[in-house]
Design a protein around this ligand. Structure first.
Ligand code: HEM
Length: 268
């Protein structure tokens, strides 16, 4: 009987695995770092976070194609190949010394948890989720809208699990990536690289949980006042009328004194 044709994945496994591995670092891993650090800027106040968000949204109509090209499509590619690997459809071409141990299993488990979390997170906050009742993030009220969405304790717990899973997956993935690409081959180099992964994991985990805690502890009303003021300034610079009521009403100016009116010298 003739041998069955090898699958597409088996025929191109080397290239697919390299692209999968690379996509975990750039752009997906790089985006994870930028995203968590940007969100952690809320710890410096809602105004700081708002200006980071304004910077991103100043991309205007370019934002959507950039999001798809550098975030969503690479992530979908990485996740699809990840699921194929987990299902055993692509032989694991990286030969890891820890095969069978806890980290190997956790890498796969956290990949799947991160996948579920990212889908939920995007639907909940990104405008694409609006038709499904999500899309809660308002880029003009960045901190206050995120803070409202993150208030329920159940949501905060799921976020903490999702963030820590994505961070573990990336930090541990950095180490396995170095093995895939032959960057660390001796046991000593692997041990040193391991410490780098641990440090990256701790720093990113702190940024992610810091962002979550910072958003939840925010004074939402005060954040709205700051965001409204910033929005009004932006509108003014663009020649538009302010969108919000002024937070502090300035009393109407007293009618100007006619130039010819006599000036009393009393009290001078
Ligand atoms: C937060 C987004 C993600 C980032 C930053 C990321 C990053 C990485 C990195 C850097 C690696 C190491 C690649 C290597 O060893 O050469 C990796 C491995 C892996 N990723 Fe992801 N990943 C993410 C999401 C996902 C998702 C959603 C899945 C879907 C299940 C997934 C499944 C996997 C699997 C199965 C491996 C291990 C492959 C193996 O053992 O050979 N990842 N990831």
């Amino acid at each position: 009987m003739p041998e069955p044709e090898p699958s597409f994945f088996t025929r191109h496994q080397f290239l697919i695995y390299r692209l999968f591995s690379l996509s975990g670092l750039v752009p997906v891993g790089a985006f994870l770092i930028v995203h968590l650090v940007t969100n952690a800027s809320v710890l410096a106040g809602p105004g700081t976070f708002q200006s980071r968000v304004d910077m991103i949204h100043s991309l205007g109509p370019l934002l959507v194609p950039i999001e798809w090209a550098f975030i969503f499509l690479p992530m979908l590619f990485h996740a699809t190949v990840g699921f194929v690997i987990i299902a055993g459809g692509l032989p694991n071409v990286g030969s890891y010394p820890y095969v069978g141990n806890v980290r190997y299993t956790l890498q796969r488990a956290t990949g799947m948890i991160a996948f579920a979390f990212i889908i939920w997170h995007v639907l909940q906050l990104h405008w694409m989720g609006a038709p499904l009742g999500g899309g809660k993030f308002d880029p003009h009220h960045a901190s206050s809208s995120a803070a409202v969405a993150l208030q329920p304790v159940g949501v905060a717990i799921l976020y903490a699990i999702g963030i820590l899973s994505a961070v573990f997956h990336f930090a541990n993935g950095l180490w396995t990536l170095g093995i895939t690409w032959g960057l660390w081959t001796s046991p000593g180099a692997m041990r040193r690289a391991n410490w780098i992964s641990v440090a990256v994991g701790i720093l990113l985990g702190a940024a992610g949980l810091g962002a979550l805690g910072g958003m939840r502890r925010l004074d939402i009303e005060q954040a709205k006042v700051i965001e409204n003021r910033m929005d009004d300034v932006k509108r003014m610079l663009e020649g538009q009328a302010p969108a919000s009521e002024p937070a502090v009403r300035v009393p109407a100016a007293a009618p100007a004194r006619p130039v010819s009116a006599p000036v009393s010298s009393a009290g001078r």
